[in-house]
Design a protein around this ligand. Structure first.
Ligand SMILES: [Zn+2]
Length: 228
């Protein structure tokens, strides 16, 4: 008899029986514990190995859900089996232990935070790679483009100044380099950079606008209202 009595989840207590059946079969096959669902889950832990496949192509090895872009590796402490599972499973089954960088088990609140921050890191890395790829493409189209200084700045600040970004957009468009405004971040922390943004003519501001975060857009509009 398989015990499910204590099976709890982080977010949604009401899971479909079909979903649980699928998870149960795949979990017990790979675990030392062969009947108690909860006990079997405790054999598994997530230590921070997460992967971004960039496209929604994978299948969760626990529930079989397809169309996954992010995978989290869970390992069994008794059988040395490993499973690549999706966001839904790793977040729902609190029985899976989530560990910190030193291998210590995290409490539920910290576990939820770690999972969210690992996901943010994957998205951020992907965004960063796309920015670099646009810069490299631009450099291959334009000899005068000083890619090293742009990359050096980007690594140090994680964002471009309004002036740099305006230049980049102009160059991308001139050379037909594909780029996604949402991948780029603009820094206006310093007054000098706030002023750069404020001094842009409307047509340049319009192009730069999608690179600004909602709070930067709001702060720009607030300042504009104050001045006029
Ligand atoms: Zn799953």
């Amino acid at each position: 008899m398989i015990s499910r009595s204590k099976t709890r989840t982080r977010r949604s207590p009401a899971l479909s029986a079909k979903y649980l059946d699928r998870v149960e079969i795949r979990l017990l096959v790979q675990s030392k514990e062969q009947s108690d669902f909860d006990k079997a889950f405790r054999e598994w832990s997530y230590a921070g190995n997460a992967f971004d496949l960039k496209e929604s192509i994978a299948e969760c090895e626990l529930c079989g859900h397809s169309g996954l872009r992010f995978q989290y590796e869970i390992a069994n402490s008794h059988t040395s089996s490993r499973l690549l599972v999706g966001s839904r499973c790793i977040n729902r089954f609190r029985g899976i232990r989530v560990q910190d960088a030193d291998g210590a088990d995290l409490d539920e609140e910290r576990a939820t935070k770690r999972l969210a921050s690992d996901r943010r890191r994957l998205i951020e890395n992907h965004r960063h790679r796309r920015v670099i790829s646009s810069l490299v493409q631009l450099a291959s189209n334009e000899d005068e483009f000083d890619i090293d200084s742009f990359i050096k700045w980007l690594l140090a600040h994680q964002a471009f100044t309004p002036k740099q970004m305006t230049t980049l957009i102009w160059r991308f468009e001139k050379h037909g380099v594909a780029f996604d405004s949402a991948d780029f971040k603009v820094t206006i922390r310093r007054n000098k950079h706030k002023q750069q943004l404020f001094d842009l003519p409307d047509w340049q501001l319009q192009k730069l606008w999608p690179c600004l975060s909602p709070s930067q857009q709001e702060s720009y509009q607030r300042r504009r209202r104050e001045v006029f």
